[in-house]
Design a protein around this ligand. Structure first.
Ligand code: RAM
Length: 363
């Protein structure tokens, strides 16, 4: 079905409507209702996964976002006739991922798709995998360019940084103290988004905003809760908290809303976890937030892995490959900022009180 998507990159800055091309967070059908992305998979001619084994390694267990990614990945692999191995490390550490990679090499899987907990620490293991003939790609959070063939990126890093920075500007009224509650200090994706925000913040428009601290909740609910409370007591003039992690934002949303705090929240959150906190009145802690569709990110990673294994994709700039019914298919490999290559799923999508009810049951 043809889909229509409204993409708002940043409030007051850019609002664009892309017709017929979702491929990311928000697909709405012609009647405007949210549509599950599960229909995005379909058999791709010449892209069979039969007889092959495809592994997905997420950042950590117990994170619904990671489970959605794995769900999309598994759907496509199994639909195309392949065997899927899903691995969620207990904690979001590189060490935990290294032992999983080692065991996948011994199992002689055909491909590994990984959301890296550290940009450089997986290099030796992933290079060993590639030397053994295993196809290696990243999704969500990348390794360095020497440790992967291609990165499946959820949205442009600069676009995410711009959307978040404009949200902080808008929600704070353009001035005052604000803080970031991130995931782990080594997470490549959060670090890239934070760096992108800091670049945007250099613009004179943002000169009255004061970033007081970047705190780390390690994508653990309790630690994220504790870090939020610590920020509130350390910075009495805090106006806005920005959490570019679904685990951090939902923990912070609860703390702020329960306390009836005046501090407002934005960042990257799952609609299903954030619906109770979204709203512009004093009773809600988060006026609006952004995300993309994690199920579709997993699906695109699966199509990428299948194409790598079948040799229809090498990961070089300019390569294109078929991704079933996904809305931006065929996808194209482009240059990434780190000198490697990437495939971009789509654009960040804004969730606010006007559309959160439509999305909260989708992901
Ligand atoms: C958390 C994870 C994930 C990130 C999302 C936005 O679930 O850190 O890597 O992409 O938040």
């Amino acid at each position: 079905m043809k889909r229509f998507l409204s993409v708002f990159l940043s409030v007051g800055m850019v609002a664009s409507v892309l017709a017929g091309c979702s491929g990311n967070a928000a697909a709405t059908n012609a009647s405007g209702a949210a549509e599950s992305s599960n229909a995005a998979t379909s058999a791709v001619a010449g892209a069979s996964a039969t007889g092959k084994t495809f592994a997905i390694v997420t950042k950590s267990a117990g994170n619904p976002y990671n489970e959605k990614e794995a769900e999309g990945f598994q759907q496509v692999i199994e639909q195309q006739g392949g065997t899927c191995i899903v691995k969620h490390p207990e904690a979001a550490t590189a060490d935990a991922q290294v032992s999983m990679i080692q065991s996948l090499i011994s199992q002689k899987v055909d491909s590994i798709s990984i959301a890296a907990n550290d940009e450089n620490a997986l290099q030796a293991s992933l290079q060993q995998a590639m030397k053994a003939g295993i196809k290696v790609s990243c999704f969500d959070s990348k390794t360095n360019k020497n440790s992967r063939q291609v990165f499946v990126n959820q949205a442009g890093t600069k676009e995410i940084g711009q959307a978040l920075m404009d949200a902080v500007y808008d929600i704070s009224g353009g001035s005052g103290d604000w803080a970031i509650l991130s995931a782990t200090s080594q997470a490549t994706n959060q670090n890239a988004w934070i760096a992108a925000m800091k670049t945007v913040m250099k613009g004179s428009k943002y000169s009255k905003l004061n970033l007081v601290e970047v705190a780390y909740g390690d994508d653990e609910p309790q630690k994220s809760t504790d870090q939020t409370q610590a920020l509130l007591s350390k910075y009495p003039n805090l106006k806005v908290l920005c959490s570019p992690t679904t685990v951090g934002i939902s923990a912070a949303a609860k703390v702020l809303q329960d306390k009836k705090s005046k501090v407002k929240l934005t960042g990257l959150g799952l609609p299903s976890e954030m619906a109770a906190y979204i709203g512009t009145d004093a009773d809600h802690s988060c006026p609006y937030m952004f995300l993309w569709n994690p199920v579709e990110l997993g699906q695109l990673s699966a199509y990428t892995s299948i194409a790598l294994v079948n040799g229809t994709l090498t990961g070089m700039t300019g390569d294109t490959f078929d991704a079933g019914n996904m809305d931006n298919s065929p996808y194209k490999v482009v240059d990434a900022a780190d000198g490697g290559t990437e495939i971009i799923l789509g654009a960040p999508f804004k969730f606010d009180s006007s559309n959160i009810d439509e999305w909260k049951n989708v992901y």
